[in-house]
Write a protein that binds this ligand. Structure first.
Ligand code: G1P
Length: 288
């Protein structure tokens, strides 16, 4: 299979990050200096995706504006000879084809995916949740796409989580099927730890086939009274083989306060111009 399109779900209310997400959407909160939505679009581009469909809630257009040309700002920087800042700014000008879609009501993650149906059409596609961002030797989505292409099957990202974290995630029943690869026999959304089939959690990157749309359209509300993507995936697993891939790299949860702060530190330390001062600061607070 060849995957050209990725759907980024940015319609959530962001309640986990209030009050920061009261006025601006949580996807606009920065990782060091780059809004999360841009970090995720850059991962899609690095993975070879040609079109990104961004699902937002009504009126939530800031995430789309991030990829528009900022004319006045560009003129201002040009006139002042600030070429380095200008070229950094230009990286966010239409880095890929961006297509908006809208989720009119917050009826769940699965329902949000369904809103991309017209834009995706009848081809395999990726889904990316911008709460999850990754620092990987090879883009996380690219790792999944390679597994999906070589097995000609849907693939989800997997990460082992602590028992105390299990009830925050979709948890899979997985059977080893190759290096880092697992065949999924079942999955359940946010189970109690004693009912979980394993400690392997689904992270927010998926490669799906278009059959998922019918399953989502038929889906009944699941955990939390919402139409869950995990339930549709479970139905898909009954029709065809689907896989999980234990990606190589680090994942940060931007919807969690410690995850958010960890991402600032982790990505900050990767920046040569920031690393030394940041490391000195961290040493000083830890040793005090
Ligand atoms: C969603 C999915 C869940 C997955 C998680 C990954 O949950 O429903 O299966 O494990 O993303 O971050 P949410 O974080 O929207 O509650």
């Amino acid at each position: 299979m060849k995957v050209r399109k990725a759907v980024i779900l940015a319609a959530g209310m962001g309640t986990r990050m209030l009050p920061a997400s009261k006025v601006i959407s949580k996807e606009m909160l920065p990782v060091v200096d780059t809004p999360a939505i841009q970090v995720v679009v850059e991962e899609a581009v690095a993975s070879g995706i040609e079109e990104v469909i961004i699902v937002t809630s009504p009126g939530k257009t800031l995430v789309l504006d991030q990829f528009e040309k900022a004319m006045e700002l560009e003129h201002h920087l040009e006139a002042r000879g600030k070429g380095d800042i200008l070229s950094m700014l230009r990286k966010s000008n239409h880095p890929v084809k961006i297509t908006p879609a809208e989720q009119a009501e917050p009826l769940g993650l699965g329902h949000a995916v369904l809103q991309s149906r017209a834009a995706v059409g009848a081809e395999p596609f990726a889904v990316m949740l911008p709460d999850d961002i990754f620092d990987c030797p090879r883009a996380c989505l690219r790792q999944l796409l390679d597994a999906a292409e070589s097995n000609d099957a849907p693939v989800v990202a997997l990460l082992k989580v602590a028992r105390s974290e299990i009830s925050k995630y979709g948890i899979v029943d997985a059977k080893a099927a190759g290096e880092r690869l697992f065949e999924l026999r079942g999955m359940v959304e946010k189970p109690a730890p004693e009912k979980a089939p394993s400690d392997f959690a689904i992270m927010g990157r998926y490669v799906l086939t278009p059959e998922i749309f019918d399953l989502l359209a038929q889906g009944k509300p699941g955990a939390g009274g919402e139409i869950q993507l995990t339930d549709a995936l479970m139905a898909l697993a009954q029709r065809r083989r689907i896989f999980g891939y234990e990606f190589e790299g680090i994942r940060y949860d931007l919807g969690d306060r410690v995850g958010f702060i960890s991402a600032q530190v982790g990505f900050g330390l990767k920046r040569p111009e920031l690393a030394e001062r940041l490391r000195a600061y961290l040493r000083s607070v830890i040793c005090s």
